[in-house]
Design a protein around this ligand. Structure first.
Ligand code: ZN
Length: 151
């Protein structure tokens, strides 16, 4: 199977609050927004201007280890956009970050960062499986994907 043209895939559309996430991703870093108030410091996702715990508007971006566990997953069923239908069956996983268990990121489990979306046998999907982030470039954007720690 040949990979679809990248302009057919859906790309992230960064907004003002989330732009730093994508800028760090372009450097190969997974960072999550954190409150910068000295007595708070809690991580939050998705990015937003105000801390939901202490209401501070000061924030920073804390580097994560990139490790996590599959919290849940799904195999999307038709109808799918053509670029995705060509790679079905594939997976979409929710990853619970090791450094921030309350933060869950959606992505795809693949055999290597630039592998097709259908590169992992669906029978290998397991809730709780340990994964590691890997970035690939799609349409000029660095997009996080996930690889099993024990292939
Ligand atoms: Zn706070």
């Amino acid at each position: 199977m040949t990979a679809p043209a990248t302009d057919e895939l859906l790309l992230p559309v960064p907004d003002e609050d989330g732009a730093p996430f994508w800028e760090y991703a372009a450097r190969g870093e997974l960072r999550i927004q954190a409150c910068a108030a000295p007595d708070c410091g809690r991580l939050r996702f998705p990015p937003r201007p105000c801390c939901p715990h202490c209401r501070s508007f000061d924030s920073t971006w804390r580097r994560m280890s990139g490790r996590g566990r599959i919290w849940s997953y799904v195999r999307p069923h038709p109808p799918l956009l053509p670029a995705y239908a060509a790679q079905a069956p594939y997976n979409v996983i929710l990853v619970e970050l090791a450094d921030a268990p309350h933060v869950r990121l959606a992505g795809n489990l693949v055999t290597r960062a630039d592998a097709p979306l259908d590169s992992v046998d669906p029978a290998r999907l397991r809730i709780g499986a340990r994964v590691q982030v890997a970035f690939t470039s799609i349409g000029g954007m660095a997009v996080p994907r996930w690889i099993l720690e024990k292939p």
